[in-house]
Design a protein around this ligand. Structure first.
Ligand code: GLU
Length: 507
């Protein structure tokens, strides 16, 4: 078992957009496989036809591709264990369901949903749970009670049936989960789960175990909502006689709301203004949900922040490339408790990645914004502008918030700043500054600074008394990068023009 090649899989059901928690599951599977020189598979679990959503599979593929999670074997990639879509593996499941029937580990059950509902209600009235298992199965409508002949007749005549797993009675099942340690369950608390449905398709449990076995999966890394299924899966492996190659299990804790109370949901995101999906999604009915990509997150930042939601490297390091994650990741350092999602921290990650990018790397995304606004720009100058403001930006769209005045003259002036900085004597002073700037030659930051400083010193003025109102004239407010840099980038003509306009408008 230990010398088998590591193979992990991400096995989503195409029931809607992939939640960021699902992306994290895929990521951990990928990191673990790559760290061990193994394979990472994508298997589409689409046996529940009632929950199938058009477009979901494409969305899953696009999301993983955006994150840089590369699939070794899958529906599109192919591979020698295919097909990788469960709806294309129907015959396989029939064969294995039959095997469990033949070995006495499964049986046919004919109870109708109405009958089962009735039993559930009765049990509820007696404040007991209704469990279809050793305690009750002998008084129910199944092939353990009926004769072979009756059973076969029912099947032949087309009566709907399911195939159930025959859960052993009163046995303590002891299992090891890599994240949670030893887990013990008494089988009396478990029910005879349906393995095969009347529509001719397997349920998740049968298909999942059969495929993990046939695809030679060595580690099952998945969300904790599947922890209660682990004993059943272990018993199915045993029933097939596949214990020796049974994968190891690791169940990952949930991503929690920022408050820590419950599972992170789309509603939390909507309320607090952050996405819970990697990409923008539109359902066939037209409902939409925002995505990290469209909100301006870099894929590397998204991957980095996801990796640290539920895993810690045991060091202070917070920024990791995919390569570094592959080296550092370990299932042993995956946390047992849920990971609280912090939207501010998510932004911080993006800001860190933005800061690391050069202006040249940021230019195309920023140019998209300029183009969308119909602004003509000079690439070289725009790179300088990006360089000047990028430390104040978490997203490329923030660059525009910080730099718009390089492209448009202010249409109005910040009232509060104007009240504070624009005094009675200011127009005369600014007029003087305008005259000085008109004479600066060559017109650049250094010379403008030298000439204005000379004037300030000669007249024993405070620096702020001049610079604050001058900034108000040029950018309409009280903040932004170095004013002399702004002056140089605007150029003499535009600078003087803006001062003139301000002198007219600011009273
Ligand atoms: N199809 C299951 C899901 O949608 C897969 C669970 C597993 O990984 O075993 O989550």
């Amino acid at each position: 078992m230990n010398n088998r090649k590591v193979r992990t899989r991400f096995a989503p059901s195409p029931t809607g957009p992939l939640h960021m928690g699902g992306v994290r599951t895929a990521l951990y599977n990928y990191l673990f496989a790559k760290q061990h020189g193994g394979d990472f598979l994508l298997r589409i679990e689409d046996t529940d036809q009632t929950r199938f959503v058009e477009g979901a599979e494409k969305y899953i593929n696009e999301s993983l591709a955006w994150c840089g999670i590369k699939i070794d074997e899958g529906v599109a990639e192919g591979g020698k264990y295919g097909p990788y879509k469960q709806s294309e593996r129907k015959d396989t499941y029939i064969k294995y369901a039959q095997q469990l029937l033949d070995s006495g580990n499964a049986y046919y059950a004919f109870d109708t949903p109405e009958e089962l509902d009735e039993l559930r209600k009765e049990a509820e009235a007696n404040k007991e749970p209704f469990i279809y298992n050793a305690a009750s199965r002998n008084s129910l409508n199944n092939s353990l009670v009926l004769s072979d002949e009756v059973t076969q007749n029912k099947i032949q005549s087309g009566e709907p049936y399911v195939i159930r797993f025959k859960m052993p009675a009163n046995e303590i099942i002891e299992m090891t989960d890599i994240v949670r340690g030893v887990v013990k369950v008494n089988t009396n608390t478990l029910d005879d789960k349906v393995l095969f449905k009347s529509d001719g398709l397997p349920t998740y449990h049968l298909a999942n175990v059969v495929d993990d076995h046939l695809m030679e999966i060595t580690h099952v890394i998945r969300g904790e909502e599947w922890l209660p299924s682990m004993p059943l899966h272990v018993l199915i492996y045993r029933a097939f006689g596949w214990q020796d190659t049974m994968p190891q299990f690791a169940h990952l804790s949930l991503l929690l709301k920022p408050t820590g109370n419950g599972k992170l949901s789309k509603r939390d995101g909507d309320k607090m203004g952050f996405p819970v999906f990697p990409l923008f999604w539109q359902s066939p009915e037209g409902e939409t949900a925002s995505g990290y990509r469209e909100e301006g997150y870099f894929a590397e930042a998204f991957v980095n922040l996801l990796a640290l939601l539920g895993w810690n490297p045991g060091t202070e390091q917070e920024l990791f490339t995919m390569e570094e994650l592959i080296k550092a990741f370990s299932l042993e350092r995956v946390t047992k408790s849920g990971a609280k999602f912090d939207p501010k921290k998510a932004e911080w990650f993006n800001q860190q990645y933005l800061a690391k990018k050069t202006a040249n790397e940021l230019l195309p995304a920023f140019a998209d914004i300029l183009n969308a606004k119909g602004i003509k720009y000079n690439a070289e100058k725009t790179e300088t502008i990006i360089e000047l403001v990028k430390e104040r930006a978490s997203f490329v769209k923030d660059i525009w918030e910080q730099a718009w005045f390089f492209y448009e003259a202010p249409a109005e002036y910040d009232d509060k700043i104007a009240k504070k900085r624009w005094k009675e004597e200011t127009p005369e002073l600014i007029n003087k500054i305008k005259d000085i700037l008109a004479e600066v030659e060559p017109f650049n930051a250094e010379n403008a600074k030298a000439d204005i400083s000379k004037y300030i010193e000669a007249n024993e003025l405070g620096f702020g008394v001049v610079m604050n109102p001058l900034r108000l004239c040029l950018v309409g407010g009280g903040s932004g990068p170095d004013l002399f840099q702004i002056i140089e980038l605007l150029g003499k003509e535009e600078t003087l023009q803006r001062i003139e306009t301000a002198l007219l408008k600011l009273k």
